[in-house]
Design a protein around this ligand. Structure first.
Ligand code: FES
Length: 108
């Protein structure tokens, strides 16, 4: 595992996804209620891009057929055995202000 920088915090918009491709990972990064979340971008239903979706009721909603996934554990609503992988995130601060979004990615 290693902390990897994904983007600047000000590149994120509340409730909307941002696509980040880094070190072989394709991620959907979300800002929701001052917390940052990183999920695998590819929807397990039919390959929709979760980064093109948005947050509804605290869940990431795929834009293609509206499957929705929990932000922390990536579980599909009503079918929690179907998941997208999620990754720990943190914000790095400068002068007391959070500026940089990082995720702990399994890079070896
Ligand atoms: S591709 Fe995501 S819900 Fe169908």
């Amino acid at each position: 595992m290693s902390w990897t920088s994904l983007c600047q915090l000000d590149e994120l918009s509340e409730g909307r996804g941002k696509y980040v491709e880094i070190d072989g990972f394709r991620l959907a990064v979300f800002l929701h209620e001052a917390q940052v979340y990183a999920l695998d971008n590819t929807c397990p239903h039919a390959g929709g891009s979760l980064a093109d979706g948005q947050i509804v009721d605290g869940r990431a909603v795929c834009p293609r057929h509206q499957w929705s996934f929990g932000l922390k554990r990536g579980q599909l609503r009503d079918m929690p055995h179907v998941t997208v992988r999620t990754y720990p995130t943190r914000l790095l601060a400068r002068d007391g202000q959070p500026i940089l979004v990082q995720a702990d990615l399994p890079i070896f």
